[in-house]
Design a protein around this ligand. Sequence first.
Ligand SMILES: O=P(O)(O)OC[C@H]1O[C@H](O[C@H]2O[C@H](CO)[C@@H](O)[C@H](O)[C@H]2O)[C@H](O)[C@@H](O)[C@@H]1O
Length: 269
Amino acid sequence: MSPDRFPADRLPADLVAALDHAAMVPVLLVASDFDGCLAPIVSRPEDARPLPESRAALLDAAALERTPVAVISGRALTDLARLSGLGDSAITLIGSHGSEFDTGFPQEITAGHRDLLARIVGEFRSIAADHPGVTVETKPVSTALHVRNATAGDAESALTRARRGPASWDGVEATEGKAVIELAVIETSKGIALDVLRERSGADVVIYLGDDVTDEKAFAHLRTGTDLSIKVGTGNTLAQYRIDDPYAVAAVLAHVAARRAEALGTRSV
Ligand SMILES: O=P(O)(O)OC[C@H]1O[C@H](O[C@H]2O[C@H](CO)[C@@H](O)[C@H](O)[C@H]2O)[C@H](O)[C@@H](O)[C@@H]1O
């Protein structure tokens, strides 16, 4: 970690004080979103990678006792593991906006779900074919229509067709994120995923970092006055703290890993 590139003093003082306090609790759960938090936003979803400093800090924290670490993402779990490079680590990865665990999905995915998803993907592919720069990402229980690389006109036209079409079908959960509309065929919640992790680990305090609409469901499940909710970037949020970008995320994670190591009497990494 280069202290010059990610100085902790660029973080809000009240956040640093709260992180220092959290580092001392018996069990600390550290969890983060992937795209826009660990990995800077890029134009092609397949090119997203975590900042090396953030990845290293997550691994450092996860190596400490009583410090479970998780990444909760909208990505398919296999894609999250591959892109993050954390697949074989001590870090818990949860995909599909909180609904895809390493043990599978908490609810049964039926033939009806699969048929509905196939119809949505078909419609999305038809929309993409009519709008240059629009692409379709497929996942196990959802699909994303990406408009980042389309002209403003094509982007709006594609989104409008998606909203009026498959987003309005019965059984479809629609979420609009960063230059994307995502349609899921089951209910997804990063908040419920956090509840599961909290329960499993017996965490006294949860730190969660997120930048997008689906992260608000995670923030909503955090406990005011105990947990730390950290919004990355602009936009309305339920989160208590706000930081600028993935570089600040790296600073937060490095600070937590170092303070936690000190609190546990482990040599700082
Ligand atoms: O929950 P997250 O880990 O934040 O995932 C949310 C979605 O992120 C990805 O799309 C976003 O990031 C791309 C790469 O930077 C960017 O090109 C795109 O415009 C963004 O919307 C991902 O492709 C989706 O599957 C995730 O659901």
